[in-house]
Write a protein that binds this ligand. Structure first.
Ligand SMILES: Cc1cc2nc3c(=O)[nH]c(=O)nc-3n(C[C@H](O)[C@H](O)[C@H](O)COP(=O)(O)O)c2cc1C
Length: 155
């Protein structure tokens, strides 16, 4: 089985989780880069607006999911919605017939409502699991057993 972890992270939380998953699965890892500048306060506001409006964006990736059996996709939530770089990723890469799983580190438990939306955006894939964590639990490193269970499930 070959695994790819593809993630977007603006402030590093989802990167750390993605790296932990990749290590546990001996997976390749790919950072999804948003070509729009998302740093600074004004861009923070714009990021929320773009997300709320369901916008896509231009992204850069290095790895082709077609070369893997299982793709684990991670990102935060912005303004209660899937973020533009993830919308673009799910629209532009070919995940047909692939085993896929999602992970989200967000401020709140909003990931619970987010997973069905992400699953709806990938109707031709086999959904094998989700992992969500609030930022507070992430910072307190209170997630290792759940992350282990997630990794075991998607192996
Ligand atoms: C513009 C913006 C909007 C956000 N909106 C939400 C939200 O609606 N719900 C939530 O739980 N977290 C929200 N967050 C918080 C992020 O999801 C959270 O900080 C996450 O851990 C960041 O992950 P990262 O470090 O991988 O970028 C928002 C963050 C930003 C920048």
């Amino acid at each position: 089985m070959t695994y790819l972890v593809a993630y977007y992270s603006r402030t590093g939380n989802n990167r750390i989780i993605g790296e932990a998953i990749a290590k546990a699965l001996s997976a390749d890892i790919d950072e999804i880069l948003d070509k729009k500048n998302r740093t600074g306060k004004l861009n923070w506001l714009k990021a929320g607006r773009d997300s709320r409006e369901g916008k896509t964006t231009e992204i850069a990736v290095e790895k082709n999911p077609q070369n893997y059996d299982t793709i684990i996709i991670g990102a935060p939530i912005w303004a209660g919605n899937p973020i533009p770089p993830i919308r673009t990723y799910l629209k532009t890469v070919n995940l047909k017939g692939k085993r896929i799983a999602f992970f989200i580190c967000s401020q709140t438990t909003g990931y619970i409502e987010m997973f069905p939306q992400l699953i709806a955006q990938t109707p031709d894939s086999e959904h094998i699991g989700n992992f969500g964590i609030t930022q507070k639990r992430f910072k307190e490193e209170d997630y290792s057993s759940e992350l282990e269970a997630f990794v075991a499930k998607i192996k």
